[in-house]
Design a protein around this ligand. Structure first.
Ligand code: SF4
Length: 366
């Protein structure tokens, strides 16, 4: 008997039927066609799990209920609502995008995927998802979950970040929509692909027995689930080291705002030094007392591991120097509202709010 071959013509309708029966229906960004809310959820969900996003999404919308509220805020007001989510360039682009919508589009998100993709921080797949959810546009998506489903279903080998492989995946995605019924429920299809990737066609243990694509899936037919998607070539983890100064005086802490670009861009953090000697030279500018080393800890970024050694300097006397550019004193009781990177938040909560339940984000990204 010939082996079954993937049937692109029926793929979308099977996914829609499955989504309506077994997909997710109670996420706070579902059941809305407000592009602001959908856009916000799509940006927050990039590289971040749903369970992490839920709390951030709610708090963000309470503070910035519309795109105009977000556009009217300063970037400094936005960062505390993102701190801990990682990939801080996303927050900066979010803010730039809101301003562009306010200024160039009269406060309304553009009405097509092609125009949405011209806005800061909105890539092709995100633009297509917003257009599918909000306008019913027949615009297919291709995010990480969909790449996993499609490489397995169609049997597409090669690393998915390679342009040639990505082009094949986009072609398949476009065919699946083009060959489906004219009245395809695009919101259910788009959500269905996301749900399938996160609930069923998971990275390590896909549950093929309940998958709507099982009958003609290449990976299932050839028992190739473990080899698709083709694994990335692993580069050795890069190790980096730094020292940070926790300078406390008279109920205040010295913080420094990072430049807008690079790691933790725009966030407030502790003064940071490449080596111990630089830290001691800086500490002497502030106080005649010696800083005390605390336990080192690590923080994992996408491309390297940062080993951080904190030094505590609790100055009894008034400090000897003025804050440099981008440095400022923050009252300890204002720490909970500060836009701090996750590992610095964890460190300071450990020192000043030991009962806090703050969780360290284990893998963070510039
Ligand atoms: S049958 Fe299995 S491998 Fe194929 S798409 Fe479904 S869950 Fe993924």
């Amino acid at each position: 008997m010939p082996l079954p071959e993937p049937c692109t013509r029926t793929l979308a309708e099977r996914v829609v039927t499955w989504q309506k029966q077994a997909g997710r229906h109670h996420l706070p960004w579902q059941h809305t066609q407000d592009p602001y809310r959908v856009w916000l959820s799509e940006i927050m969900l990039q590289q971040t799990q749903v369970s992490t996003v839920l709390g951030y999404y709610q708090r963000f919308l309470e503070r910035f209920p519309s795109v105009l509220d977000l556009a009217a805020a300063d970037q400094d007001e936005v960062m505390p609502y993102w701190a801990g989510l990682g990939y801080y360039a996303r927050a900066r682009n979010l803010h730039r995008c809101a301003r562009e919508v306010a200024e160039q589009w009269n406060g309304h998100f553009p009405p097509t995927a092609a125009e949405l993709a011209t806005l800061p921080g909105i890539g092709r797949s995100t633009a297509c998802a917003i257009a599918a959810f909000c306008y019913g546009e027949r615009s297919p998506i291709m995010d990480g979950n969909v790449k996993r489903v499609f490489t397995r279903y169609f049997g597409i080998y090669g690393q998915t970040q390679k342009k040639a492989v990505e082009n094949v995946l986009w072609d398949k995605a476009e065919q699946a929509v083009a060959l489906s019924r004219a009245d395809l429920d695009m919101a259910a299809y788009t959500q269905g692909l996301m749900d399938l990737g996160s609930q069923c066609c998971t990275r390590s243990k896909p549950t093929c027995s309940v998958c709507p694509l099982q009958a003609d899936c290449y990976a299932h037919t050839h028992q190739a689930q473990a080899e698709l998607p083709s694994p990335k070539v692993r580069t050795r983890q890069n190790e980096r080291y730094c020292h940070v100064l926790v300078l406390e005086q008279d109920g205040q802490l010295l913080l420094e705002q990072r430049p807008d670009t690079g790691i933790w861009g725009g966030l407030h953090t502790l003064p940071q030094f490449d080596d111990e000697q630089q830290l001691h030279v800086a500490a002497q500018r502030w106080s005649a007392q010696e800083p005390v080393a605390l336990a080192s800890f690590q923080h994992v970024f996408s491309h390297f591991r940062l080993h951080i050694t904190p030094w505590l300097l609790q100055s009894d006397a008034p400090v000897l120097a003025e804050p440099a550019a981008r440095q400022n004193w923050l009252a300890l009781d204002a720490l909970p509202q500060a836009a701090l990177p996750a590992p610095i938040r964890k460190l300071l909560d450990g020192l000043y709010a030991p009962d806090s339940n703050a969780q360290l984000t284990l893998a963070e990204h510039p």
